[in-house]
Write a protein that binds this ligand. Structure first.
Ligand code: NAP
Length: 253
C-alpha cells in the first residue's frame, strides 16, 4: 500500500489507461477522483473501486475547459482534503488525417484537449501543491512527442508540447517539492489503438494488436513513479519501451 493516504486526480479515467491507473492507485491505498466527460462510465469505475474496498468519486470534466479542471481539483479538496497526485492522462487522436485533409476546427480541438488540457491541469494543481511543499504530476506523453507520423500532425505536435510543459514545470517547481514527469507508454491495447488501426495510415496502424501492452502496465508504472522518491526521472518522459525501465518497475523479469 505504497500510496496509502494519498489523494489522486486522474483525467481520462472513463476507460483505457486512466481507468486502469485509478484502479491501481486505489489498490495501493490512494483515494481517487476520476475525471472524464462521460459521467456514467467514471461513476461505474468509481463504484467498482468503492465496492472492492477503495475510496473513489467521479466528476464530469472536459479538460479543454479550465473551469471544469479547477472544479475537479476542488473536488479532491472537498472530498478527501487535498491533492497529492495529478495524472494528466486525458487525450485523443481522432480525427486522423494528413495535414491537407484535416479539418481546422477538429485539429484545434485536439490541441485544446491534449495540450491545453495538460496546461490547465498544471495551472489548477500547482498552487495547492506549492503551498504544501509536495506533490507529483505525471503527464501522459507518447513516443510521438519526438517522432513524425503520417496523419498525426495534431497528435505528434501536441505531445511534443506536453513534453515541453513537463520540462518547464519541473524547472519551475522541483525546488518547491513538486515532482513533474512524463510517461510514454508505448503502444497500449485501448480504444485509441482501435481508432489508429481503422485509419490504415502510417506504420502504427499496421501493428498486430498482440504487440500492445495491457492498460494495467502503464497504470502500474504510473503508481510506481508516484511512490518512488528517486529524482532521476523528473522533467523527462519515462518510456515503457525501455526494457531496463520495465524491469525496474517490475513489469517484466
Ligand atoms: P482511450 O482509451 O481512448 O481513453 C481516453 C480517455 O481520455 C477517456 O477516458 C476519455 O474519456 C478521456 N478524454 C478524452 N477527451 C477528454 C476531454 N476533453 N476531457 C476529459 N477526458 C477526456 O485512450 P488511452 O489509450 O487510454 O489514452 C490515454 C492517454 O495515453 C492519452 O493521453 C494518449 O495520448 C496516451 N497514449 C496512449 C497510447 C496507446 O497506445 N493507447 C500510446 C501513447 C500514449 P471521455 O471520452 O469519457 O471524456
Amino acid at each position: 500500500m505504497s500510496l496509502q493516504g494519498k489523494v489522486a486526480l486522474v483525467t481520462g479515467a472513463s476507460r483505457g489507461i486512466g481507468a486502469a491507473t485509478a484502479v491501481e492507485f486505489a489498490k495501493q491505498g490512494a483515494a481517487v477522483v476520476l475525471a472524464a466527460r462521460t459521467l456514467v462510465e467514471i461513476k461505474k469505475n468509481a463504484d467498482a473501486i468503492n465496492a472492492s474496498g477503495g475510496k473513489a468519486v467521479a466528476i464530469a470534466c472536459d479538460v479543454s475547459n479550465y473551469a471544469d479542471v479547477e472544479a475537479a481539483v476542488a473536488k479532491c479538496e472537498a472530498e478527501f482534503g487535498g491533492l497529492d497526485i495529478l495524472v494528466n492522462n486525458a487525450g485523443v487522436i481522432d480525427p486522423i488525417a494528413r495535414l491537407a485533409d484535416s479539418d481546422p476546427e477538429a485539429w484545434s480541438k485536439v490541441a485544446d484537449i491534449n495540450y491545453k488540457g495538460v496546461y490547465y491541469g498544471l495551472r489548477a494543481a500547482i498552487p495547492g501543491m506549492e503551498k504544501k511543499g509536495s506533490g507529483t504530476i505525471i503527464n501522459i506523453s507518447s513516443g510521438a512527442a519526438s517522432a513524425a507520423l503520417e496523419g498525426w500532425s495534431h497528435y505528434c505536435s501536441t505531445k511534443a508540447a506536453v513534453l515541453s510543459l513537463t520540462m518547464c514545470a519541473d524547472k519551475e517547481y522541483r525546488d518547491s517539492g513538486i515532482r513533474v514527469l512524463g510517461l510514454s507508454p508505448g503502444t497500449v491495447a485501448t480504444d485509441m489503438q482501435v481508432k489508429i488501426k481503422a485509419s490504415g495510415l502510417n506504420p502504427v496502424s499496421q501493428l498486430d494488436p498482440s504487440v500492445h501492452i495491457p492498460a494495467d502496465w502503464p497504470g502500474r508504472a504510473i503508481a510506481w513513479l508516484c511512490a518512488d522518491d528517486d529524482s532521476s526521472y523528473l522533467g523527462t518522459d519515462v518510456s515503457l519501451k525501455d526494457e531496463a525501465t520495465l524491469k525496474k518497475i517490475g513489469l517484466v523479469n
